[in-house]
Write a protein of this length. Sequence first.
Lengths: 642, 198
Amino acid sequence: MSRINSPAELETFRKNLLAGRDPNKTCITLCSGSACHATGSRDVAARIQEEIQKQGLNDEVEFRRTGCHGFCERGPIIVIRPEEICYFQITPEDVSEIISETVRQKKVIERLLYTDPATNQKIVHESDIPFYKNQSRIVFGSNTSIDPKNIDDYLAIGGYSALAKVFSGMTPDRVLQEVKRANLRGRGGGGFPAGIKWEGSRNAPGDVKYVIVNADEGDPGAYMDRSLLEGNPHSVLEGLIIGAYTIGSHEGYIYVRQEYPLAVENVNIAIKQAEEYGFLGKNILGSGFDFIVKVHKGAGAFVCGESTALMTALEGRAGEPRPKYIRSNIVGLWGRPSVLNNVETWANVPLIINNGADWFTQLGTDGSKGTKIFSLVGKITNTGLVEVPMGTSLRDIIYKIGGGIPGDKKFKAVQTGGPSGGCLPEELLGLPVGFDELTQAGSMMGSGGMIIMDEDTCMVDVARYFLEFLTDESCGKCVPCREGMRQMLKILTNITKGKGKEGDIELLKQLSETAIEASLCALGKSSPNPFLSTLKYFRDEYEAHIKDKRCPALSCKELISFYIDPQKCQACLICSRKCPSDAIRGGKNLIHIVDQEKCTKCGTCFEVCPSRFQAVRKISGEPVPPPIPEEARTIARKSKEK
Amino acid sequence: MSEILLKIDGQEVTAKQGMTLLDAARSAGISIPTLCHHEKLEPYGACRLCIVEIETRGGTRIVVSCVYPAEKNLIVRTRSEKIDRIRKMILELQMAHAPDSFILQDLAKEYGADRNRFEKEASFCIHCGLCVRYCAEVKKKNAVGFIDRGIRKEISFIPEIASKECWKCKECFPLCPTEALQAAYVLVEALAFPQAST
């Protein structure tokens, strides 16, 4: 491959590339993102290649391993184009049939299709499935059609055309105005307007400036940035190059977690290919602009997602936030003006340049424009990554796209914004998602984690869990965060163990104030959010734990007991056989009884008791009824007496 | 150097370019409590005891005075109900680790802090980083550093460096606000250099 030396050459190259690709040629795309990798996508890929070979289809069929499609609940996913036939949960055993039936004869295999649980109908096309149908996948959508290891795939869908547009006469100021007018706000957590951040760096004195991609995604359950970097690394690079040109930077960094091996691999390949094509390096597209990108693997500290801690880590020191009251876009990496934006923010830039700020601002709310990718996890039917316009209601995300709560359970809360976000209750399901809307409700957008909780989730325990995470991940530098959280975690742990005291809530509130007002960085300042938001919306649960020693969700182990209802027990022996601690007494035709002394509250009996009996109950906040007397335990079985 | 005029606790204070609020206050004889600050060292901003209130458009904001630069016409308050309340909490949190530190006890008296508010976890170290930073910034030896993070963070001597440098120096000893460094040092000495300590 020789370098592409001008925007015009790029367009010629693209034209030739497209001319060589038959849009009607059958193409099998297989999701090969991390989630599908975990569900066996690699084995499926090997079988597809084998089978194509075996059935002599090498010339007629193209096979492409793409990034994440988003519907991770049903992976691995295969889409056969151009018909767009979509199959879910593919195993290597299905492959031969798919090739001989669907690929060769265009016959649809019913059993591999998606069944809409609402209508019980089979759905053939990806875009008709409710999970996809209700999304607006402007950033994430390309993931499904390109091989991230092949720059030509990105070029075939119009890749690097925004860069070409910039170098066809847009001054850095024009680019800046467009990004500012689009009101692109940071997708990593803070929601700070990217244009203003860029402008600060552009105007800051100095010849050496940096642009940085924050790919240190660390929220439990969140993997938007990972999937974007794995599935479409060039879109991030293109945004980064445009940003560098705008602020006058010639060196960029991608700070990516080393726990994301596929993202690291794909982004390194992408950089190499972009260098070969002349999108990186000297005199990019003949513009005279030079820019290089380096990848830095982070060692996996949550706090390094904080901008100044990330820059400290990039400099080779322990990742601790800086105490300075000066923005890093003015004094950042190695003391130079540095623009740090998150993966998704950068990936939005080419779209804004290509389609214009007016197009971008059509989507979203007054304060939050464009779309946002959320990772929808927890007690939700359709686990996966979803991209919706800002302003979409939580209800639409959870029910229309997410398919609601599985197992006939009731929705209790949605946790947004990662560990330092908050939990929002059912009353707020109508809330449109946007930076300001979520913050006003006591939570935050964060990077887009969305954890759904059902009635079985104890909100005090949720607060305790996130505090524990943050205690672990705090850098430990400042007192309000390190020591404040240490004490908050102790108190919350005690409450979930039934050792809560009068005054605990007050003390937690005071510790929260200290953390919010006096912590050094955003991690510390937002660390009380899990507590404050659960207190705001679920105060009754705190009070039940503290005053009545009762866990309303029947979840906190030390506050519940397992009890077998003698009226319902059919002496089937299942629970007593499965009990790992030998805590169930009883025998054939003898009503079973839980020995409370021996019971470890593992919940096995509760799970294995046949649903037609439902004899095992969880009890909290009240004494366990005494076992029924020996003589009353025998069950007389009429049918067997004959 | 241009002079900056600002108001601290109602008092007109003249500061020089590059001074922090703490420098400015102290130069005017106004005291602000600190634990991790040292004139010879870079501001660290870890203990957060030196917080002050500054007036901003439409309200007040809490900042740490050891880092915040002196700005023209800034209005600063070094004490308020809120500041005192937060300082008291910070002291109480620290006293769970170093209840017998004289510095903490004196400050506790002033702010009405209860040394028994939190369950004792006497690790002695309050992570002010004075020893670590003095060794790195002034002595340029890095014989002592922090290890781990969050609530597991602690100071540790690096035996290879400590065995060469520390005997003749020991300048970090008197810096420690809890007298714990010595304990740590002695411990390391006993564990790492058994021959030397006998």
